[in-house]
Design a protein around this ligand. Structure first.
Ligand SMILES: Cc1cc2nc3c(=O)[nH]c(=O)nc-3n(C[C@H](O)[C@H](O)[C@H](O)COP(=O)(O)OP(=O)(O)OC[C@H]3O[C@@H](n4cnc5c(N)ncnc54)[C@H](O)[C@@H]3O)c2cc1C
Length: 436
């Protein structure tokens, strides 16, 4: 017998779980299906889980700041009485430095508008806080095989260094999704694992449900694509991939681990660092090591992946050298192990690196995709945005004509969710990078 649900959400990552949680809080009984054996095992398990607010758009900044309140009060968000077995927000603060003539005005304007605390440091203050750093500029970032890579620097970084005291990271992102799963189940949501969606069933331009690879059919009037880097595959199954202006595709990204330098303990004193001058970021990781990521500088070829089920999950020597050697320019006594250590996973990148949270041209089929390497932190608010859009559209509202707006509880920001439309013009203010 075919089972019926209020909604079916494809994907049990941070996005799908957060949507299920918000729908279940409204009294609905959603089903979340995932082809993996547990929640949060997709690209969410590889996230660096950095919680920061410096986005290039006001909307991006507002959503990130609003979400940070939920991460900081995680037990309350989940409606739990204590913090036992819950993911934790580690408030390290985040420092952002950049090349000499970088224009900071956007970040400052958005933070002022939303009354988000920040500090303006000088490079000397940065060196006091991070005495293992140098304040030289190495811009533009290069690869170690570039003959100019080891040239002595002649410039200094921007005299303005931004510090965001409220930023940090989540210690265990997979556990955070399990936490949301359990909270949703308490409200009546169901999670089904080892279940691959093979078909989106529809008739007369209305979604009917899904069929799993096993042949099992599951029905719902609403199906949500929250399948992360598989988003374009699921859109193709639904037959809507050619009916939206903004497209998504999968981009492979490497993250590396290196030990903390001897004279500075990242475990005890480390902060999260966005180094725009070298187009990299790093943060402390458990075990006094440093997690090293990249902001994809022009010198690094982007590694687009056509089949998100088959890609190289092992780090490559060349990319390890590029990311870790660049960090060693900023931290001259960085210990560099002989063997690369790290992992690779996929971003689900939209054309302008801004996510799509929207309905689609197939009635009842919704999109929470294009998270572009920077939306883990926004999970709690994505859930709210999607639940509101779904409820409004299912009650007959024309979201394309008059996009749903949401008053964000903690920031008071009135969010026009049309910003995340599948049919928007490219957002020109975007950084067109993982910075969003
Ligand atoms: C290396 C890396 C570092 C990052 N760092 C940060 C960071 O510091 N801060 C930040 O905010 N964001 C960061 N991100 C981005 C963040 O991790 C993602 O935006 C977020 O995790 C995406 O979550 P999701 O739930 O949309 O996708 P996923 O977690 O990938 O979940 C999608 C799920 O859909 C399932 N699925 C796919 N196809 C099917 C199918 N046919 N049937 C059933 N199930 C299916 C998959 O199995 C998967 O579990 C990073 C991402 C990566 C890869």
């Amino acid at each position: 017998m075919t089972k019926h649900y209020d909604q079916i959400i494809i994907g049990a990552g941070i996005t799908g779980a957060s949507i299920a949680f918000e729908l279940s809080k409204k009294g609905y009984k959603p089903l979340v299906v995932d082809k993996l054996p547990a929640a949060g095992l997709g690209s969410t398990s590889s996230t660096c889980a950095i919680i920061r607010t410096h986005y290039s758009t006001l909307e991006g900044t507002a959503v990130a700041y609003e979400s940070s309140f939920y991460w900081k009060n995680w037990a309350a968000y989940l409606n739990k009485k204590n913090s036992k077995n819950l993911a934790r927000f580690i408030q390290t603060g985040a420092v952002v430095l950049n090349k000499k003539d970088f224009d900071w005005s956007k970040y400052i304007k958005h933070h002022d508008a939303l009354k988000i605390p920040y500090e303006i440091w000088t490079p000397d203050q940065l060196l006091k806080r991070m005495p293992h750093f140098v304040d030289d500029s190495f811009f533009p970032p290069k690869r170690p095989d570039d003959p100019g890579f080891f040239n002595p620097p002649v410039e200094k970084i921007s005299p303005v260094v931004l510090f965001f005291p409220n930023n940090g990271y989540i210690n265990d992102p997979q556990l955070s999704v399990e936490n949301i799963q359990q909270a949703s189940e308490v409200n009546g949501a169901t999670f089904m694992f080892d279940s691959e969606v093979a078909e989106i069933r529809k008739h007369a331009n209305r979604v009917d449900g899904i069929t799993l690879k096993s042949g099992q059919a599951l029905d719902a009037p609403v199906v949500v694509n929250a399948s992360g880097p598989h988003s374009f595959v699921i859109n193709r199954l639904a037959g809507i991939d050619k009916k939206m202006k903004i497209k998504t595709r999968a981009l492979r990204h490497e993250v590396h681990f290196v030990p903390s330098p001897e004279r500075f303990s990242y475990e005890d004193e480390g902060i999260t660092v966005g180094d725009g001058d070298l187009a990299g970021y790093h943060r402390p990781e458990v075990g006094n090591i440093i997690l090293v990521g990249s902001e994809d500088p022009d010198c690094d070829k982007l590694d687009w992946v056509d089949d998100p089920d088959h890609f190289n999950r092992t780090v490559t020597n060349a990319q390890w050298r590029a990311q870790v050697y660049r960090l060693a320019l900023r931290i001259p006594d960085l210990p560099i192990p002989n063997r690369p250590k790290g992992f690779a996973d996929l971003y689900d990148v939209s054309d302008d690196w801004i996510p799509i949270y929207d309905k689609s041209d197939l009635d009842g089929f919704y999109l929470a995709i294009g998270t572009s390497g920077n939306q883990y932190k926004n999970g709690p608010v994505i859930g709210q945005i999607m639940a509101r859009i779904i409820e409004a559209c299912e009650n007959g509202h024309d979201h394309d004509l008059e996009p749903v707006t949401i008053g964000l509880k903690h920031t008071g920001f009135n969010l026009n969710t049309g910003f995340f439309s599948r049919n928007r013009d490219i957002v020109g203010d975007s950084s067109f990078s993982v910075l969003g």
